[in-house]
Design a protein around this ligand. Sequence first.
Ligand code: KG4
Ligand code: ZN
Length: 360
Amino acid sequence: MKILGIETSCDETGASVIEGDLNPPAGGKTAKILSNVVASSLALHSKTGGIIPEVAAREQVKYIIPVIKQAMEDGKCKMENLDAIAVTIGPGLIGSLLVGVETAKTLSFVWQKPIIPVNHLIGHIYANFVTSNKQQPTTNKKLEVSSQKLAIGFPAIALIVSGGHTDLVLMEKHGSIRWLGGTRDDAAGEAFDKIGRLLNIPYPAGQQIEKLAENGDPKSFNFPRPMINSNDFDFSFSGLKTAVFREVKSISPTMNYEPFTINNLCASVQEAIVDVLIKKTLNAAQKYRVKSILFSGGVAANELLRNSLGVRSQKLAVKFFAPAKNLCTDNAAMIASAAFFNYNPVPWQKITANPELYFQ
Ligand code: KG4
Ligand code: ZN
């Protein structure tokens, strides 16, 4: 079964063709990526220090048709060979979402193909279920072998960490997802980005903070680990941002400091965020006696987080999965994957974009 996925929830325009095998010899469905095209308007948003929704939506309009064409071409997929279309309906920016949703509905009507609406957050989780020839789960070779060989077992805990969301969910099986907790204020990626702004690091700052942290000492600043010992699965990162702000002001009121100070600040911030995410995820894994931990979202590209969570999961005898880095950030392969494993077409007339969509 071939599915065309379309993703336009924010500043990335994505289209992808995946091929799902409904009856593989070993049992259990599998899916592989045939093409995965992403056009990003990130460079424009870097200039303004964040996303301007109107600008993101206009860029989506520009890219959507060329990106879909390219994905069909790269996947060597003709319209006649396509079985269904999957599209992100939310959460996200309304202007951006509408571009993908209305394009998908039009194609569904014109090509006479079933259409499956997909929750973007559930899509992130399903980046773990689709394979690609370019898969690089982690740079830690030991983890790489195990995560490629082992099948995902249920129940599973999924940690979704992106610029807009930080959520922990329990997955009993495909289609059965229970939200356990999430951030009460800033998302983990948002914390990286806002702290980056304090340190004059261009948006989005997560990757750059990780790079600078390589040459810093994570013990040089003792930043708070908000809610780390709370008896729930919620997070809070806004206090961390305030603590960093106070610290940088006290070092230099004009924010003029040595490069090694920035490296140390980055390493300490990164470790504080990583500590909280790992502790809460492992607490949830133990409480619900899960077989697997599934990691996803843009922040899942962070090596320290991937490796530490991988090693700590293995110590609990829980299998750990993290998508290749290009599948952590927004893409359409994860959307097509979610649609394949939860195949539930809806008449195109009933599909609408929903920027506030969350876990049901
Ligand atoms: O999932 P994503 O591409 O977009 C959203 O749906 O939000 O996530 C983007 C977020 C940004 O906040 C960015 O700073 C963060 O992911 N990010 C990272 C890393 N790479 C991207 N955070 C920490 N370490 C990284 N290596
Ligand atoms: Zn996302």
